[in-house]
Design a binder for this molecule. Structure first.
Ligand code: GAL
Length: 431
């Protein structure tokens, strides 16, 4: 074992993380063996100790379920099993939903004598592995939650700080396929001379390495919602990163998260996605019109589609929204571009998303409280003029033709969403 490894294994948490910080910023190994926080003069050089996240994972935005938006930290094995079964019986698995994710609250505040995380024995009497096995047996994948700091965000459970490698190894041994790495209890004082964003990079990078070292293909979700600009650093080490505070089951919150997430559109790519937070569709605080808007906007932004409702009891309307395969196909388009706005004046939004086969997905979103006619043109959408286009309305299935203008009456808080085919044919003669 090298001296550097010995030090990392035997000194306090702060030293371990300081070492990673040292490796990350490229300072000398000699300094790196000194048990103290990062030096005042340290500056980041833009390198990554972790390197890019594993390729071949999250090549399209991850789809799945996580109970937090409905059940908060009240998570247990029975609920997770029920959600997994419902993903199948509702047709959601067939529509592409794959991950069944346990959120915060699954583990105790205290670690065991070996320093390992302890599943709450009341909620998970057999531990986590049998639940992961159950999920896998249904042909689904299993995700778990951890926090980068000293506690989880609800304050109910241990954080992973000082235990990243141990926790990643535990997760891999249980068969975890997705790690949501939350951002609470961050010991900023251990890094007195680094910005919060630099600290974020160091911690996210360390966990990325710990996950990679397990050898298991695991989607890595950096859930830094705290305003440390994770979109400026997390794309280098993770498959998805938060761009907003937590969503709430209210229209204004949904709009806030949409309108901020949409500004980062240049970053989305196969293997890396902006995350405006999990879906609220079906949780009861918005109308179905508003939930259709959320689902359409998330798909247009190539956002992860992580349903957050109670699947076994959902209404037909909710199920129909979550399984709209034409809208899901926009989200999952293999080119992996995020839709971007070409108009938003007065809360009348026009978004356009180029798709792999040359089609465009277009969302007309009326943010306002009154119905409105929203109009755009092929030119504004970035499509050449002088051709005939077919527009399929992705919520009612009707098809119409247009050469230049697109105009629709959009309900208050609602969307009209089209897929526009660019067959390239000239308009029929005589028209
Ligand atoms: C928040 C996180 C939520 C949820 C919650 C659990 O920080 O953004 O998505 O995981 O913690 O307490």
């Amino acid at each position: 074992m090298s001296r550097r490894r010995k030090v990392a294994a035997t000194t306090a948490t702060v030293t371990v993380v300081g070492l990673i910080a040292a490796a990350f910023v490229g300072i000398s190994p000699q300094w790196a063996t000194t048990p103290r926080p990062v030096a005042a003069t340290t500056t980041l050089r833009g390198g990554d100790a972790a390197g890019p996240p594993p390729v071949g994972l999250a090549t399209t935005p991850p789809m799945g379920w996580n109970g937090f938006n409905r059940f908060y930290t009240h998570v247990d094995a029975a609920r997770v099993r029920a959600a997994a079964r419902a993903l199948i019986s509702s047709g959601m698995k067939a529509a592409g939903y794959t991950y069944v994710n346990v959120d915060g609250g699954w583990d105790l505040y205290a670690r065991d004598a070996q320093g390992a995380l302890q599943p709450n024995p009341k909620a998970f009497p057999g531990g986590i592995k049998p639940v992961a096995d159950f999920v896998h047996a249904l042909g689904l994948k299993f995700g778990i939650y951890a926090s980068a700091g000293t506690r989880n965000c609800a304050g109910t459970s241990a954080g992973s700080y000082g235990h990243y490698w141990q926790d990643a190894a535990s997760f891999a041994s249980w068969g975890v396929d997705f790690v949501k790495f939350d951002w609470c209890g961050i010991p900023y004082r251990d890094f007195p001379h680094m910005s919060r964003s630099q600290i974020g990079q160091v911690l996210a990078s360390e966990m990325a390495q710990a996950i990679a070292a397990t050898g298991r293909p695991i989607v890595y979700d950096v859930n830094d919602w705290t305003g440390d600009s994770p979109w400026t650093w997390a794309p280098r080490v993770s498959h998805m990163w938060r761009t907003t505070p937590d969503i709430h089951d209210r229209y204004a919150s949904m709009v806030w998260n949409f309108s901020h997430n949409v500004t980062h559109f240049t970053l989305a790519h196969p293997g890396g996605w902006n995350d405006p937070d999990m879906l609220e569709v079906g949780n009861g605080g918005m109308t179905d019109v508003e939930y259709r808007s959320e689902f359409s906007l998330w798909a247009e932004m190539a956002a992860p589609l992580i349903a957050g409702n109670d699947l076994p009891t959902m209404s037909q309307a909710t199920q129909a929204i979550l399984t709209n395969s034409a809208v899901i196909a926009v989200d999952q388009d293999p080119m992996g571009l995020q839709g971007y706005p070409v108009a938003s004046a007065g809360g009348h939004w026009v978004l356009t998303k180029p798709l792999m086969n040359g089609d465009r997905a277009v969302v007309l979103f009326n943010q306002t409280d009154k119905p409105a006619t929203i109009t755009t043109s092929m030119r504004q959408l970035g499509l050449p003029g002088g051709l005939e286009y077919m527009l399929v309305d992705l919520w009612n299935g009707t098809a119409t033709d247009s050469e230049e203008e697109i105009s629709a009456i959009v309900p208050a808080h609602g969307v009209v969403m089209y897929r526009i085919s660019t067959s390239g044919s000239p308009p029929p003669t005589g028209q």
